[in-house]
Design a protein around this ligand. Structure first.
Ligand SMILES: CC(C)(COP(=O)(O)OP(=O)(O)OC[C@H]1O[C@@H](n2cnc3c(N)ncnc32)[C@H](O)[C@@H]1OP(=O)(O)O)[C@@H](O)C(=O)NCCC(=O)NCCS
Length: 218
């Protein structure tokens, strides 16, 4: 594996509110076909701003030599994303409806999300809960993305390692995440970085990494 030493002059630091515009652009570039990308930069900015104001959130950015944000990682409680959407529910539906009318891709995505939601509800009883839900203090990794032009150079590894270190420093024992099954590159990336699969649903894999052992020794 290439290591992050190969990317000169890139460093990782905590995200600030002044970074929000650049963060939203980076997020959109990393997840171009996601629901949030269709909702627009304003929306992504709002979400990150909300996450950054949550007490246990960890948001980091990778900065290149021209002060551009080339990578982001954010984690906290998964329910914070839903809480943000709920807090903006009125605006949210206006935007979804408006964009669905003018944008065919958005229409497709809304229908897909509705179908998924219905399917998820009807099959929920077959899913397991995370094995460590009550025994461990666990943080969710919500987003990680590296600008397409800087991918596969070790930057993702640098970001996730820093995130893991911050999570240990904040007192968490493990990190978990969901990844779409068809995101083969991301799954390979996580496995390479020491994560393991704990559950598989129809569309996603849930992965976890125990971090206390790795870092507390250092
Ligand atoms: C997943 C992601 C963050 C990885 O970042 P990255 O900087 O490219 O990762 P690294 O360079 O540190 O890669 C480390 C290892 O992961 C694996 N990997 C990373 N990208 C890969 C790809 N496109 N295809 C196959 N394996 C890949 C490789 O094993 C790689 O080691 P190698 O270069 O020696 O083969 C990046 O691809 C990305 O931003 N993807 C789009 C957003 C996304 O899907 N995020 C995850 C959502 S759950």
């Amino acid at each position: 594996m290439q290591t992050f030493q190969n990317i000169t002059a890139i460093y990782v630091r905590e995200a600030r509110h002044t970074d929000l515009y650049k963060i939203s652009k980076c997020h959109k570039a990393c997840f171009p076909n996601s629901f949030l990308a269709y909702m627009g930069l304003f929306w992504i900015r709002g979400l990150y701003s909300f996450l950054m104001s949550c007490s246990q959130d960890i948001s980091l950015v990778a900065i290149d030599h021209s002060s551009n944000i080339v990578g982001i990682v954010s984690g906290g409680e998964k329910k914070h994303v839903n809480r943000f959407l709920k807090s903006t529910i009125k605006k949210y539906w206006y935007v979804v409806l408006f964009k669905s009318v003018i944008c065919r891709n958005m229409r497709k995505m809304v229908i897909k999300r509705l179908i998924l939601r219905i399917r998820k509800r009807s099959t929920r009883k077959h899913y397991h809960v995370y094995p460590n839900d009550c025994s461990c203090s666990c943080i969710d990794l919500l987003f990680i993305g590296v600008y397409p032009a800087t991918q596969k150079k070790g930057l993702g590894t640098l970001l996730i390692r820093k995130f893991e270190k911050c999570a240990v420093d904040s007192g968490f024992d493990s990190i978990r995440l969901s990844v779409k099954k068809d995101n083969i590159a991301a799954i390979k990336f996580y496995l390479e970085n020491g994560w393991h699969e704990v559950e598989e649903t129809e569309l996603t894999k849930r992965l976890e990494k125990k971090i206390c052992i790795d870092f507390r020794k250092e």
